[in-house]
Design a protein around this ligand. Structure first.
Ligand code: MG
Length: 384
């Protein structure tokens, strides 16, 4: 299928930081995707969570299954809008690589530990993973991905950080938009987690079914399922409802974006970047309904007392690990000690470099690795 003129094809790429010959039998963005799939950071997503902690149940989403769901949703949308499916897939599979263990509680805790050293932000960390931290290739650090995949990974960025990122950070200073593929993965991410959190929350018994029926996105689909399949068991009714919720948001996004793309008449990817507003977008009405679902999830699920109790424990694990390593770097595995030894001698810069190295180590941990590392350091009956 031919791509739309505003889709990013190989000829539009701004290339890689370390120039490489073109791949022989793949597109540039297929190569990005393949590098992401073969990275250690990607494999670790299997044991990292968003809301729940990894050991809580085998049926819950992990960041790996979440990323695969995002890629599936995003590719469907890309294909129907004639956008670049390979680039879309690469961004989707990489979008969560920089997440800490224990979901948002973990990120907030690590950000707190790093407050005097530039903070910690998962988007920037995803970029650090692909630009620097993966050690797999002889010729360059990181994965040396294309500009467009990196642009898609970096969803938000403070002006201060943007200034340090050069070309990649420029859009945050100019207040322009990323390419269409990046815009769409961002929304596919939202569709995936809003809906699978409803699914996981119901299964775990944290979401009250009657309260959920107050939410129009859910209720409209549930009513339809009930009228079509009145005798269906509860579990299948819920799954059928969630399936329809995902579908209606995907279809809504495709149709609204198609209208906007037609109206804009873009002839190249840069027309999308400079359009002045998002081109891939939900209608105002659908956006309102999605916001109502997000508000509901925040109260019912993310702030549920059982989730908050787990978050409290996660925060204390992260803080204690960070403090212990910061106070005595000889507790770190040797390769991290070597990185710290290579930090510039003396002064604040060396201290910031030490903190950043420890943050890299902690951010790379899976939930279960962090729990075990915490036990090894603080539980006298567990061997080091
Ligand atoms: Mg995500």
């Amino acid at each position: 299928m031919s791509l739309a003129p505003y889709a990013c094809s190989d000829i539009h790429t701004r290339g890689r930081r370390h120039p490489e010959p073109k791949p022989a039998y793949r597109s540039e963005f297929q190569r990005d995707r393949d590098r992401i799939i073969h990275s250690a950071a990607f494999r670790r997503l299997e044991y990292k969570t968003q809301v729940f902690v990894n050991h809580e149940g085998d049926l819950f989403r992990t960041r790996l299954t979440h990323s695969i769901e995002v890629a599936q949703i995003a590719r469907s949308i890309a294909r129907s809008l004639a956008l670049n499916e390979d680039l879309t897939e690469a961004i989707a599979l990489a979008h969560d690589l920089g997440h800490t263990p224990f979901g948002h509680a973990g990120q907030d805790a690590l950000n707190g530990c790093m407050k005097d050293y530039g903070g910690f932000e998962h988007n920037l960390q995803s970029l650090r993973v692909v630009d620097l931290l993966e050690e797999r290739y002889a010729e360059f650090p990181g994965m040396n991905l294309t500009f467009e995949t990196r642009e898609g990974i970096l969803k938000h960025c403070s002006p201060a950080n943007a200034r340090e990122l050069g070309e990649l950070g420029q859009r945050f200073l100019d207040k322009t938009w990323p390419g269409a593929e990046a815009q769409l993965v961002n929304l596919a991410d939202e569709i995936a987690y809003n809906n699978h959190d409803v699914d996981d929350g119901l299964r775990y018994g944290l979401i009250d079914f009657d309260a959920l029926r107050e939410i129009s996105l859910f209720d409209a689909q549930y009513r339809e399922v009930e009228s079509l399949y009145p005798g269906l068991g509860r579990r299948r009714k819920i799954h059928e409802t969630i399936r329809r919720m995902v579908n209606s948001q995907v279809v809504g996004l495709i149709e609204n974006s198609r209208r906007r793309l037609d109206a804009l008449g873009a002839s190249c990817p840069d027309d999308i970047r400079s359009a002045g507003e998002a081109v891939i977008a939900f209608s105002d009405e659908l956006r309102e309904q999605i916001l109502a679902l997000k508000r509901f999830l925040r109260e019912a699920l993310y702030n549920h007392y059982q989730v908050r109790r787990m978050s409290l424990k996660s925060v204390s694990v992260i803080r204690r690990l960070f403090q212990a390593f910061f106070d005595d770097i000889r507790l770190l595995p040797p390769q991290y000690q070597e990185t710290i030894a290579a930090c510039q001698e003396g002064g604040d810069a060396a201290e910031a470099c030490r903190a950043r190295t420890i943050a890299d180590y902690i951010a790379g941990m899976t939930d279960r690795y962090a729990i075990r590392e915490h036990e090894r350091l603080f539980f006298p009956d567990i061997g080091g």
